[in-house]
Every structure is written in C-alpha cells, then in structure tokens.
Design a protein around this ligand. Structure first.
Ligand SMILES: NC(=O)c1ccc[n+]([C@@H]2O[C@H](COP(=O)([O-])OP(=O)(O)OC[C@H]3O[C@@H](n4cnc5c(N)ncnc54)[C@H](OP(=O)(O)O)[C@@H]3O)[C@@H](O)[C@H]2O)c1
Length: 287
C-alpha cells in the first residue's frame, strides 16, 4: 500500500514537464565498498528501493558508475516495470578504474556507449534525466553536450543535466543544449555553492544536492545536529533534510542509505516543517 509520505515535501517540475516529489532517494549506498561491486545485503537493497517508492518517492538518482551498474540492476530488479510517475535520473561520463577509483571520460563514443548500457541495465527506452557526471577537461564541452543532444534527438534521453560544475560551465553547456538541472556537493555543513543554488532558483533549474547528509555526518547520533534534533522531536537526518527542503523550492535532496530503517527515517523528513527561526538557528549552528 502506498503511503505518500514524500508528497509532503512538495513538488518540482524538471525541464518544464517532469513533475517529481522533491524528497527523493540516491542509490550510491547500494553497492560494495568503494562504490564497487555488490552490496553486502542485496535483498535489503531491493527492500530499500521498494520501501522508498511505497513511501511516495518518485525521484531516484543513480549512475552507471555505481558498481558499475550494480545499482541500476538492483533498481530494475526492485521496481521494473516502473510506475508511470517514477523519474529515474542517471549519469554518464565518470569511468570506474577500480574500488574508489573515478576518472572523467567525456569522449562522445564513450558517453553514447554508457547511455546505451544504462538503457539496457535499467530496462528503459528513454532516460528521463541524463546528467553528465563530470566534465572531461580533455574534451571540448560542446562535444560532450553535443553527443548528449544527439542522443536526445534520437529519443534516448529526455532531459540533460550537469554534475559538479560552476555557473560559467552551466552557461557554456547551455550554448549547446538546454540544461535542466545541476547536481553539486551541498548540505547544511558544506555550503560553498550558495551562488549555484541562487542561480538554479533564478533560472528554474532543479538543484540536486549530493551528500545531503554529509555522508552520514549530519545523521549520526552524537553529530552536530543530535542535540537540536532532540528538542525538535526529529532525528538529526530529518533536520538536515528539512533544512535543505526549506532552503530553496528547486532543491531536490536524494539521501542515500542501505537500510530500510534509515530510508523510513529520511522520508519522514518530508513532514518536518521548519519555521524561519528554526532554519536560521540551524544555519548558524552548523557550517
Ligand atoms: N554527482 C555526484 O558526483 C555524486 C557524488 C556522491 C553522491 N551522489 C548522489 O548523492 C546521493 C547521496 O549521497 P550519499 O548516499 O553518498 O551520502 P548521504 O546521503 O549524504 O549520506 C549517506 C550516509 O548516511 C548514512 N545514513 C543515511 N540515512 C541515515 C539515517 N537516517 N541515520 C543515520 N545514518 C544515515 C548512510 O548509511 P546507511 O547506509 O547505514 O544508512 C550513509 O553512510 C548518492 O546516493 C548519489 O545518488 C552524487
């Protein structure tokens, strides 16, 4: 039975036609150590994905690189055939050189191969949102975005997004094809990209903060939010996510977890509404 808890986080429309609930889920914790290979408990990974959707999540962030392909195959196993309103955002362009190893490769033939493989592994005919995982400094950006635009014209990609970029890079990429979202490191304790959040809001781009829980630092017992959380009758993780949701209407947090208990805790953050005073208190207390 669906309990649409995530609906309380509100909605955002990506690229003018893809409406999602703002509080989503990210699949990077569903692999082995170093984001490599199978997770310790693949059955729990399947349960996590199904529980997220049961709780109303309809925006899931993944990448070819997670495993590689482990997370995508788990997604397909857990949720295919997908609900009509489920939006899977994936990425390409960050090759894996081993556990913990990552290397940007933006050559058009490689990007095409990874998009084709993602379609197959995810069991999709079209990818709703394809994010260039990293810009490859060795390849002209117009060639990288140009290949994604060609895949878009072929009907294999619906929208194009970017990951870990500057405003100048967004503007340069937008000279080749429309850019609808940006995914950068951002959370309550890591706010270097405030200007990018403002830019995304002003230009109607979705802002997908990666490491929304600072890789768990903000969620843990004894962490910087633990004391404040007690007085709010919320968990630390819920406060970190509620802060992000209040920060901007274009904010789409995608907390990652390998456990059903944590996915339930995180999605309940949709119901935590901070007053402006509480938001300011958290902003001042952490950072
Ligand atoms: N674009 C990029 O370059 C990029 C880079 C990194 C990540 N991402 C995306 O961003 C998503 C989120 O990042 P992330 O998963 O690495 O980091 P995160 O969401 O900031 O934190 C995940 C960590 O927090 C723990 N955690 C989650 N919920 C918790 C809870 N309620 N209580 C206590 N601990 C909790 C998890 O452990 P448990 O598994 O034990 O719950 C895990 O160790 C990824 O899944 C991925 O989709 C993108």
């Amino acid at each position: 039975m669906t309990e649409a808890v995530a609906a309380a986080s509100g909605e955002f429309t990506i690229g003018g036609d893809l409406t999602v609930r703002r509080l989503g889920y990210g699949t990077m914790q569903l692999t082995g150590d170093g984001v490599w290979g199978d997770p310790r408990d693949p059955d729990e990974a399947v349960r996590v994905l199904r529980r997220a959707v049961e709780l109303g999540v309809n925006f899931i962030d993944t990448a070819d690189a997670y495993g590689p392909f482990t997370a995508d195959l788990l997604l397909k196993k857990a949720l295919h055939p997908y609900a009509d309103d489920l939006v899977i955002a994936t990425k390409a362009g960050f090759a894996r050189t081993g556990p913990g190893g990552w290397e940007p490769i933006g050559r058009p033939a490689y990007l095409r191969q990874q998009v084709e493989l993602s379609l197959r592994h995810l069991g999709l005919e079209r990818i709703d949102l394809l994010q260039l995982h990293r810009i490859d400094p060795e390849v002209p950006l117009a060639d990288q975005i140009g290949e994604l635009a060609t895949l878009q014209q072929e009907g294999k990609i619906r929208h194009i997004g970017l990951s870990q970029v500057s405003i100048a890079q967004i503007e340069e990429a937008a000279g080749t094809a429309p850019i609808v979202s940006v995914q950068n490191l951002y959370n309550l304790s890591q706010r270097d990209d405030e200007d990018l959040v403002e830019y995304a809001e002003k230009n109607g781009l979705g802002f997908i903060p990666w490491f929304p829980l600072a890789t768990g630092e903000l969620a843990k017992a004894g962490g910087p939010l633990a004391k404040i959380a007690e007085s709010h009758h919320a968990s630390p993780s819920q406060l970190a996510l509620a802060w992000l949701l209040k920060r901007s209407p274009v904010m789409l947090p995608i907390p990652g977890t390998s456990s059903v208990a944590h996915v339930e805790d995180n999605i309940d953050a949709a119901k935590v509404e901070l007053t402006q005073e509480e938001f300011d208190q958290l902003t001042a207390a952490v950072g």
